[in-house]
Design a protein. Structure first.
Ligand SMILES: Cc1cc2nc3c(=O)[nH]c(=O)nc-3n(C[C@H](O)[C@H](O)[C@H](O)COP(=O)(O)OP(=O)(O)OC[C@H]3O[C@@H](n4cnc5c(N)ncnc54)[C@H](O)[C@@H]3O)c2cc1C
Length: 466
């Protein structure tokens, strides 16, 4: 088959690689002038690459670890101790080990113990997500831990990630976070290990690209799909002109460029709204009202991520969750407290993280205006902070960063098979009950190839498979 894969993020590249292994000719169309989608890197100067959005792996992320091994580059993945804190009530509270929970001042001693026991019990006994799909995280936390941990810790965290939808978030989502990642027992109890590919995520993308090309495929960056059209003998992809990414994410805004190309099959790895925007009238009708309703029914929040290069260390922690609702951002991720600054010739990098509902006024600001808004909050966390510490700044926005996983989400997930033969959709809305991440994008890319070929493939490690 001649297959077009739309999107050169992790899912798209892995899908194209798998299809190439099966002997199919694959073209990958990518809107951005680089590979990797949400895990794409930027050149921060001095020969160093850094992800636009902070990235690490968990020890449970076996799909991506196995992909690194399969591609002959397992040594790229390095595992390092992580350090975490909560900022609330005017200070950062270390939260790396169970001992830190016992010393966590914002909660009464009884609430600390109840919270710890509730997480332990969930990790030990809750093997299936089913019982957690019909209740909100809020309800479960209040029942299992009491009101105080919800008000002080979990509520602010959920609001940070999901804004005014926090109270509706499914317990299935939190179940995934609490049971599939780090356990409070065993060798990681005292300090969590997180993974990072020593030379950034970029080498993985280049190896995948090279493998796709070796099999006769093409990976076309800065070459978005502008239109997908159904033909009697398959599909056509109309590409958008180079530089189209500057106009945003809506394919209707891209100026068509060159003759449409014919394919037997299409795998789209773009967000739901972009997918709908790509379909011509005939395809839009062919996917049917039910499928369309599923696509339209899932909301996303936008990631707004400010990357700062500072002339010194900002905090002692890699990851600080902001649980103080007065601060206008939700997390501080100090990359060089995780990967040593020596890797970057002594330079220091801090991500200021935010998730916002579409239309939030902060999304309109440029980097300098955002720094103005953030500076008082940064000073609350580190009173010595001064704008003069900032050497360089980069700002990125990802509109479809976080699907909103409310109660009953499973029923609303669009299947990979769109209902149109040989038209597959594979995107982050289908990662469930796990929280989306590059590990699951690797799995999804393999599953998309399987869905297209209607059979199991070697080297695709679906949960139901090997
Ligand atoms: C702030 C943030 C932090 C994160 N932190 C982590 C982390 O620590 N660890 C982790 O594992 N994961 C993390 N993730 C999630 C992870 O990056 C994603 O889950 C994963 O990369 C998704 O891969 P994907 O291929 O499914 O989607 P995407 O990466 O979104 O790929 C879709 C691709 O389609 C392209 N596209 C869009 N429109 C078109 C078009 N018209 N034509 C052609 N191409 C198009 C896009 O440019 C993109 O490259 C984070 C994400 C964000 C936003």
């Amino acid at each position: 088959m001649r297959v077009a894969v739309i999107g050169a993020g992790v899912a798209g590249l892995v899908c194209a690689y798998r299809l190439g292994q099966e002997g199919h000719a694959v073209d990958v169309y990518e809107r951005w002038p680089g590979l990797g989608g949400q895990a794409a890197t930027i050149d921060v100067g001095g020969g160093h690459l850094l992800e636009r959005y902070y990235h690490h792996l968990f020890t449970s992320d076996r799909h991506i670890a196995e992909l690194y091994a399969e591609l002959g580059m397992p040594e790229e993945l390095e595992w390092r101790p992580s350090s975490m804190a909560f900022f609330l009530e005017g200070r950062s509270w270390p939260f790396t080990s169970p001992l830190h929970l016992l010393r966590f001042g914002p909660l009464t001693p009884a609430a600390r113990i109840r919270m710890g026991l509730a997480v332990l019990k969930l990790q030990k006994t809750a093997k299936e997500v089913g019982p957690y799909e019909g209740i909100t995280a809020r309800q479960w936390i209040r029942d299992a831990m009491g009101a105080e941990p919800y008000e002080k810790v979990w509520g602010p965290l959920l609001r940070g990630k999901f804004g005014d939808r926090a109270d509706d978030i499914s317990m299935a989502w939190l179940w995934g976070k609490l049971t599939m990642r780090r356990k409070l027992e065993g060798k990681e109890a005292r300090q969590e290990l997180l993974g990072y590919p020593g030379r950034s995520w970029e080498p993985l993308f280049h190896v995948l690209k090279a493998k796709i090309e070796t099999r006769g495929g093409r990976v076309l960056i800065d070459r978005p799909a502008a239109r997908l059209t159904q033909r009697a003998d398959g599909f056509e992809v109309t590409a958008g002109a180079p530089g189209s990414f500057r106009t945003g994410h809506d394919p209707h805004a891209y100026t068509p460029d060159g003759e449409p190309e014919r394919y037997d099959a299409i795998v789209a790895t773009v967000p739901n709204d972009v997918f709908v925007g790509l379909l011509d009238d005939e395809l839009a009708a062919a996917i049917g009202d039910d499928y369309r309703a599923k696509l339209d029914g899932i909301e996303y929040h936008t990631a707004l991520c400010l990357l700062l290069e500072l002339d010194r260390q900002f905090s002692p922690f890699y990851w600080t969750n902001i649980a103080d609702p007065e601060l206008p951002f939700v997390g501080l991720v100090e990359h060089t407290n995780f990967v040593e600054p020596e890797r970057y010739d002594g330079r220091r990098f801090l991500y200021v993280a935010n998730y916002l509902a579409p239309g939030d006024e902060l999304l309109e600001l440029d980097a300098d205006a955002l720094i103005d808004r953030y500076t008082p909050g940064l000073r609350k966390v580190n009173p010595a902070f001064d704008r003069s510490w900032i050497r360089e700044r980069w700002l990125h926005r990802e509109p479809a960063a976080q699907p909103i996983v409310t109660v009953g989400y499973r029923e609303r997930i669009p299947p990979l098979q769109t209902g149109v033969p040989h038209l597959i959709l594979a995107n982050t809305t289908q990662i469930y009950p796990e929280d989306r991440g590059t590990n699951y994008a690797v799995r999804l890319g393999g599953e998309a190839a399987e869905a297209l070929l209607s059979r199991r493939l070697n080297n695709v490690w679906s949960e139901t498979g090997s």
